[in-house]
Design a protein around this ligand. Structure first.
Ligand SMILES: [Zn+2]
Length: 290
């Protein structure tokens, strides 16, 4: 079976879910001390239609540009107008997905600035975007301290700046976070949520949607939701082997039918975790049993 990439899954969902109206052009908004955001239109997972580009640094710059994800020239032009007033010093990437890196190469070239990311992200982007600086857990780049939070993507980083944490795709202010087993790992994602929860209280600044002021409450909600889903997946497993399609009907009965193909990927991510814990058995023919 060929593994669909996250970009292809997002595209499939966009074909099923009606597009949001384009709305007015993005505006630069201050969200925390030394952090401003510009929400640019990107090919992302509906209902989100934008990826937040965060600018970290003083009012007059220079700023680090986090996740310039828009591949669309008219959206990149809006960012360029802002950067003409507030010059960039570097580009930081939370992870390798297209809706986070779509404008990175063009931006790096126009402004002659480095692109910094985790080495695993650099590997995933080889041939598409050239990462020129590797960032490890705990390292501070342009005032932003990297927190290694793999799971949604293997090289995922969050960035802490004072009391705010730029969260990438660890949580979403709009829509959901997909853990796709082709490049994500449910157990690893859950431990990364726990890792963020162990840090001091923070405002979470997600890549999609508005700022989340009580970060800890959101992290606890995400952990509880995934545990609830895991128990529904475990309950859908029995002695008789079942296909993903058969189980999704039960374990994702609260999810709109149109999203079941996507839910099947998430179901599989849960099953892989349960399999490792000896709580599920992969029958090798696309079917699973307890
Ligand atoms: Zn992502």
């Amino acid at each position: 079976m060929s593994e669909p990439s996250v970009e292809i899954l997002y595209e499939q969902v966009r074909a099923l879910v009606p597009a949001q109206p384009a709305g007015p052009p993005a505006e630069l908004v201050s969200v925390a001390p030394g952090i401003r955001v510009l929400a640019l239109r990107t090919p992302t997972l509906p209902p989100a239609a934008h990826t937040n580009v965060y600018l970290v640094g003083p009012d007059a710059g220079p700023v680090a540009v986090i996740d310039p994800g828009s591949p669309y020239p008219e959206e990149q032009a809006i960012l360029d107008q802002v950067l003409a007033r507030v010059p960039p010093s570097a580009i930081l990437l939370t992870h390798h997905h297209g809706d986070h890196v779509g404008g990175a190469a063009a931006l790096a070239q126009r402004w002659s600035v480095p692109i910094a990311a985790h080495p695993a992200t650099a590997r995933r982007l080889a041939g598409r975007v050239q990462v020129t600086q590797s960032v490890a857990d705990g390292e501070t780049v342009s005032g932003a301290t990297a927190i290694f939070t793999p799971g949604h993507a293997e090289g995922h980083l969050c960035f802490a700046i004072g009391d705010a944490t730029i969260a990438g795709d660890m949580v979403a202010g709009i829509g959901t976070i997909l853990i796709d087993p082709s490049e994500g790992d449910m157990a690893v994602y859950l431990s990364s949520l726990e890792r963020l929860l162990a840090r001091p209280p923070m405002t979470l600044l997600p890549a999609h949607g508005p700022a989340i002021r009580d970060g800890h409450a959101k992290l606890r909600e995400y952990l509880a939701h995934r545990r609830m889903r895991e128990s529904m997946v475990a309950a859908a497993l029995g002695a008789t082997p079942r296909t993903l399609r058969e189980m999704v009907v039960e374990a994702y009965r609260d999810t709109p039918r149109a999203l079941w193909p996507l839910a099947e990927r998430s179901l599989l991510a849960h099953l892989v975790k349960l399999g490792r814990e000896q709580r599920a058995t992969d029958r090798g023919d696309g079917r699973w049993s307890a």
